[in-house]
Design a protein around this ligand. Structure first.
Ligand SMILES: Nc1nc2c(ncn2[C@@H]2O[C@H](COP(=O)(O)OP(=O)(O)OP(=O)(O)O)[C@@H](O)[C@H]2O)c(=O)[nH]1
Ligand SMILES: [Mg+2]
Length: 310
C-alpha cells in the first residue's frame, strides 16, 4: 500500500541587512550558484529566484537586496524589491551576521528596525538565520544575541548556521520545507532559477567588478549585455557587454592602467560564464559613461532594476 504524503510548495523570502550572507545562503541551499556574492555590502540589487525541488516539496527562494538606509533612486528600487518579495512570501527568513552583532550588539535594533516594523503583526511562518557562526569558536558568545532575537520574534524558529561552511543547512532546509503551504510544484523540477541566462552573465561581470574595484566605484557600475550570438564555426558564444559608469574618472578606474583592470574582469567573468552556459565564450567588454544613471528611472527599468520579479 502506498502512503499518501503531503506535497508542499511555496515562496520563501530571504531578507536582512546588507552583507549578512543571504546570497551565500541561497547558493549553499541550492548547491549551485544562482546569485552573486562579494565581501562588499549592497551587492544584490534585485530579487533573484532560486528553486529547490525534491520529492515532497518545492521551495522557491527569493534572494533580496540588503535592507539599509535609502539614498537615491537605485537604493529605492532595491528596497522596493525587498518589499515586493516580502509581499509574495509564504515563509519569511531573516538572515543576520551573528559575528557583527556579537561585536556590536548596539547595532541590532537599528539594523532590524525596518524589518521589525514591516513584520509587526505578520502571522506568516518565520525563521531567523543567525549566520557566520564559523567566525567565533566559543558558541556561548551568541547566547545574548539569541535571547534578544527570541524576545523580538517569539514565534520564529532561530537557526545558527554557517552558510559558508554549509553547517546547519540540512536542518534549516528541512524546517523551511515543513513551513511551506500544501501545493503542487510551480516550476519544473529541473529549473533552478527564473533569471534569464543573459541576466546571470551580466551579474557575473558585475560580481567581478565588485571584487576588483575599490571604494565607491562598484556602486556606480551597471552591466548590460548588448549582444549574444552563437558562432557555430568557432563553436563559441560571442558576448558583448557594456559596463556603465557614472563619471569619466570611474571609467578610467574600470579600464585601469593600460587596460589591465578591465582585462582582469574579462578573464574572470569569462571563466564563470563558460561554466554557466557549459560552452566556450568570447567576451568583449566596453565601458561607457552615463552620468546620473542611478537616478534615471527609465534606465533602471531597462537594466531590470524596477523592483519587479525577474
Ligand atoms: N565567515 C563567513 N562568511 C560568510 C558566511 N556567509 C557569507 N559570508 C561572507 O559574507 C560576505 C557577504 O556575503 P553575501 O552572500 O554577498 O551577503 P548578502 O547578504 O547577500 O549581501 P548583500 O547582497 O550585499 O545584501 C561574503 O564575503 C561572504 O563570503 C558565513 O557563513 N561565514
Ligand atoms: Mg546578496
Amino acid at each position: 500500500m502506498t502512503q499518501q504524503t503531503t506535497h508542499r510548495c511555496g515562496w520563501v523570502a530571504l531578507m536582512g541587512p546588507p552583507n549578512a550572507g543571504k546570497s551565500t545562503l541561497l547558493n549553499a541551499l541550492l548547491g549551485q550558484k544562482v546569485t552573486i556574492v562579494t565581501p562588499k555590502p549592497q551587492t544584490t540589487r534585485n530579487q533573484i529566484v532560486g528553486i529547490l525541488t525534491d520529492d515532497d516539496a518545492q521551495a522557491i527562494f527569493m534572494d533580496t537586496p540588503g535592507l539599509s538606509q535609502v539614498r537615491g533612486r537605485l537604493s529605492k528600487t532595491m528596497i522596493q524589491a525587498v518589499w515586493q518579495s516580502l509581499g509574495q512570501a509564504d515563509v519569511i527568513v531573516l538572515v543576520l551576521d551573528a559575528h557583527l552583532y556579537i561585536r556590536k550588539p548596539e547595532f541590532l535594533e537599528r539594523d532590524l528596525a525596518p524589518v521589525a516594523q514591516a513584520l509587526a503583526g505578520d502571522e506568516r511562518p518565520m525563521a531567523v538565520v543567525v549566520n557566520k557562526v564559523d567566525m567565533f569558536a566559543d558558541k556561548s558568545r551568541m547566547l545574548p544575541l539569541l535571547t534578544r532575537l527570541n524576545e523580538m520574534w517569539p514565534r520564529a524558529e532561530i537557526f545558527p548556521v554557517s552558510a559558508l561552511r554549509k553547517d546547519g543547512l540540512p536542518e534549516l532546509a528541512a524546517l523551511l520545507k515543513s513551513l511551506l503551504p500544501e501545493g503542487e510544484d510551480q516550476f519544473p523540477e529541473d529549473q533552478i532559477s527564473t533569471a534569464p541566462v543573459r541576466f546571470m552573465a551580466a551579474e557575473i561581470i558585475r560580481e567581478k567588478l565588485f571584487l576588483i574595484l575599490r571604494q565607491e566605484v562598484p556602486y556606480s557600475v551597471a552591466v548590460d549585455i548588448e549582444s549574444w550570438q552563437e558562432d557555430a564555426e568557432r563553436g563559441q558564444t560571442v558576448i558583448h557587454a557594456l559596463i556603465y559608469v557614472s563619471s569619466p574618472q570611474h571609467k578610467g578606474m574600470v579600464i585601469g592602467k593600460g587596460g589591465a583592470t578591465l582585462k582582469q574582469v574579462g578573464i574572470e567573468a569569462r571563466k564563470d560564464i563558460q561554466e554557466l552556459i557549459e560552452g566556450k565564450v568570447h567576451l568583449e567588454l566596453w565601458v561607457k559613461v552615463r552620468e546620473q544613471w542611478t537616478e534615471d528611472p527609465a534606465f533602471l527599468r531597462e537594466l531590470g532594476l524596477s523592483g519587479e520579479t525577474l
